[in-house]
Design a protein around this ligand. Structure first.
Ligand SMILES: Cc1cc2nc3c(=O)[nH]c(=O)nc-3n(C[C@H](O)[C@H](O)[C@H](O)COP(=O)(O)OP(=O)(O)OC[C@H]3O[C@@H](n4cnc5c(N)ncnc54)[C@H](O)[C@@H]3O)c2cc1C
Length: 452
């Protein structure tokens, strides 16, 4: 029996709506898929791949036996938000699945989705307030996955927890970055009700450092957990950047999500009828591709300065490492031109952007086989036509002049990640402590707080 590859709704159907792109696998399909798990003596999925250490082989066995309650109990030993990770995690567990060595990995992520959704349907997901209060209080700053994970972890240990969030709604990039077609925002609202029933308080529309001071929070609480993500996106300051129609990726993605969930009357940026160019070949860029396609863009092109990764796992990342290889998302399959080895030189246009001048680059590779240094290839300049440009080139960390950082007197690493101050019971979790990463790592970081 093989892994199922057909996990998406048909492209022609899904690109006309904003519903989640993945189809639901049936219980029978998942029972079969989980029965492929070999219950390895040394389960790399659990011990190496999953940052949360999910008990994957045991869960798989429970699903294969049709014991969904046991599967749910096992899943939630380490995972507090499986409804999120089971939709948007790149599944580090699957990259380290032993089955992947000779065949294809077990479908761990999809089985987790069915486990948690079955648990919600059958009423097993109930608030788990602490058995006793410990008399201490904590402020969590930021309600993204790291902050939510920290809040749950502390609450279970008996802390009184208040989460301060500058946005109108909780979820961080789960709500304001990741498109609705990957993660339905109603799932965040569903989880919020449970968290509130467990006693976690949310203060939204409250930017710490501006609406309340971080010094005040430190005085009010026994511990402060900073979970503010990486607020600064990398810009592309080349000539013509001031032209109209050039936006950071999150301006498009956030605006669209806020529109779809009723926070805005219409999306602030529309790709309808436009030639869209996404600069940056990663996941954020791919989310822009899917969003532009759903807006009705005339054409969508995604370019990347790095070389095209190999189609299969590269020798520089042998199993069980996360493989360096080409990734093609459901959005790419909806209709997009992808190009690599292109450096952007300047935006051209008159008032509004009309195109981007690019030049082909040639890469030199390190002895390990990874791209190390590039040089322009003479005579390869060309202009790609685009009247909407989206910059999806990653994040630059936490700006040191952020009021909150200054008020708490926090230090930063050379790569602008925040350092904790454990002597004052100030901790930093998630992307702000690690640099831009993944939801599952943010959750694991919030869960690993060294506070009893
Ligand atoms: C477009 C996009 C798509 C992505 N897709 C995926 C994916 O498919 N899978 C995956 O695993 N990862 C994905 N990621 C990465 C993932 O979203 C992040 O790694 C994760 O959200 C980090 O969690 P966090 O809680 O540290 O930060 P965030 O999610 O950024 O949350 C930080 C929160 O802090 C709040 N905040 C900031 N400053 C203050 C303040 N002063 N006062 C109060 N609140 C404040 C913010 O408003 C925000 O709610 C994606 C990222 C982007 C940008």
């Amino acid at each position: 029996m093989q892994r199922i590859h057909d996990i998406y709704r048909p492209a022609e159907e899904r690109k006309t709506d904003w519903r989640e792109v993945e189809r639901s696998l049936s219980d029978e399909e998942l029972k079969e898929q989980t029965s492929r798990c070999m219950n390895c003596g040394q389960p790399f999925c659990h011990a190496y791949g999953c940052p949360l250490g999910n008990l994957v082989p045991d869960q798989n066995r429970a699903v294969a036996q049709g014991d969904w309650k046991r599967a749910y109990d096992l899943l939630t030993v380490n995972s507090d938000f499986p409804e999120f990770t089971s939709r948007i995690c790149p599944a580090l567990c699957e990259a380290s699945c032993v089955h992947g060595l000779d065949e294809e990995a077990v479908m761990i992520r999809q089985s987790e989705k069915r486990i948690i959704e079955t648990a919600f349907e059958r009423g097993w997901v109930v608030p788990r307030p602490p058995e006793r209060e410990n008399g201490k209080s904590a402020a969590v700053i930021g309600a993204g996955p790291a902050g939510l994970s920290a809040a749950v972890t502390l609450r279970r240990r008996g802390w009184a927890v208040t989460v301060y969030e500058r946005r109108a709604q909780i979820g961080g990039l789960l709500r304001y970055g990741i498109p609705c077609f990957k993660l339905d925002k109603a799932l965040i609202d569903r989880r919020r009700k449970i968290l509130e029933s467990e006693g976690i308080k949310f203060v939204t529309d409250c930017e710490v450092g501006r609406d309340v001071s971080a010094e005040w929070l430190e005085k009010e609480h026994d511990a402060v957990v900073v979970a503010i993500g990486t607020p600064a996106a990398r810009d592309l300051k080349i000539p013509g950047r001031e032209l109209e129609g050039i936006h950071l990726a999150l301006e498009l993605l956030e605006g669209q999500n806020r529109f779809l969930t009723g926070e805005l009357p219409e999306p602030p940026i529309s790709a309808k009828g436009r030639d869209v160019l996404v600069i940056g070949g990663g996941d954020t860029g791919s989310d822009c591709v899917g969003t532009a396609i759903r807006h009705g863009a005339k054409s969508v092109t995604q370019i990347e300065i790095m070389p095209k990764p190999p189609e299969e796992r590269d020798a520089s990342t042998p199993w069980p490492l996360w493989p360096y290889m080409l990734r093609t998302s459901s959005s790419h399959k909806e209709g997009c031109i992808r190009r690599w080895n292109l450096n952007s030189l300047r935006f051209v246009g008159d008032g509004r952007v009309a195109g981007v001048e690019v030049e082909t680059v040639k890469w030199e590779f390190s002895p390990e086989g990874r791209p190390a240094k590039f040089a322009a290839v003479p005579g390869t300049k060309e202009t790609i036509k685009a009247d909407l440009v989206l910059l999806a080139m990653g994040f630059t960390g936490v700006p040191a002049d952020l009021p909150l950082v200054a008020q708490l007197g926090l230090k930063e690493t050379p790569r602008t990640a925040l350092l904790p101050d454990p002597a004052r019971n100030i901790f930093c979790v998630g992307d702000c402590a690690s640099g831009a990463s993944l939801v599952v790592r943010a959750l694991a970081s919030g869960k690993a707080l060294p506070l009893d």
